[in-house]
Ligand binder design. Sequence first.
Ligand code: ZN
Length: 358
Amino acid sequence: MKFQIVKTENKARAGLITLNNNVVETPTFMPVATRGAIKSTPHEYLDRTSILLANAYHLHLRPGPEIINEHGGLHKFMGWNKLILTDSGGFQAWSLPTKLYDDGVEFKNVYDGSYFKLTPQESIRTQNLLGSDIAMIFDCLISVDRPDDEQKKAIEITKKWASIAKKTHNNSLQSLFGIVQGGLNLTLREQSAKSMIDLDFDGYAIGGLAIGESSEERKTVVEYLSNILPADKPRYVMGLGDTMGLIDLIDSGVDMFDCVWPARLARHGKLIIKNKYINIKNKKFEKDTDPIDKECKCYVCKRFSKAYLRHLFMNENTSSWLYLTVHNIIQTENIIQQARDSILNSSFDSFKKGYLNG
Ligand SMILES: [Zn+2]
C-alpha cells in the first residue's frame, strides 16, 4: 500500500491510497457489504464507490472462506473489481453474546446454535483466504462505559492478538491494519496506539467509538490520537457514518470511515439531503414531482420524483429500498468528496462551518 498526502489544512488531510492497481481518494467512506452484498442493493449501482467493507466473521460462517477462495477470492465471488476491506470479527465479539478467553472469543453460531471459537489466528487465516485488499487485526472491543481496569485488560489482549495477527498474516497482496482501543481514557488510548505502532502496520484504525459516546468525547479521543499515530499512514475510524460526524473527524485528520448508517436509514424511509434528513413516508411528498435532491448526481435523483419513491416505499415495493439506499450512500460519498475538494482548495474550515450550520 502506498499512502500519499496531497494536501493538508490544519489537521484535515486529502490523500491517495494506491493498492493493488486501484486508487482511493481520501477521506473516503466505505459502504458495508457485510456478507458480500449491501442489504437490498446490488453493488453495481455504486459506481462512485472505491472501496467496500465486508465481514470476516459472517463470511467465515457462511459460505466459509474455502469456498470463496475456490472462486479466486472475495472480489471474484462478489463480482467487485475495486478494493475491499474486511473487518476481523472484533465488532461481532462485542455486539453478539460471546465469552472472552485469552486466546479468542467463543461465539454461538447465529445460523445453527453451535458454539465455536474465533481466534486471532483464525480471523487472519479467513481474511487471507478471502483475499481482501485490507485485513484488520482481531481486536478486543468493550463498551466505552466499562471501567478502566477492563479497558486496560482489553488493550493488553488487543496488543497480544495484534502481535499474533502480524505473525500469522500470509498474503503479500493484502495490507494489514492495527486497531487502537482504550475507551475514553487517553492514557490507555496512547498506550494502545504505541503498542500498535511498535508492530508497524500499514494503517491504524481507532476502534471502540460510535458505540454510545458523545460526539465531544469521540472528538477528544481522535484529536489526541492524531498527534500520536504516524502522519504517513491512513487513519480509520470504525463504524461512524453520519455526515456531521464524518466532517467533524475529517477535521481531526481521519482518512477512512465505514458504516451501515446510510443504508439502514434508507430502509426506514429516511433520506440524507446535505446536513438534513427527510422521511419519504411524510404525506407532504405524495404529490412532490421533484427529485430527492436536485443537486445530487445519483442514479435515483436523475430519474425519479419523491412522489414516485414514496409510492414505492408505501407499497412495500422492494425496489424502493434499493433506490433510497443508493441515494443515501452516494449523498454521503458526495459530501466527503466536497470535504476533500475543500481541503485541496484550502477552504475546508469554511466548508465545515457552512455544513454544520446548514
Ligand atoms: Zn440522489
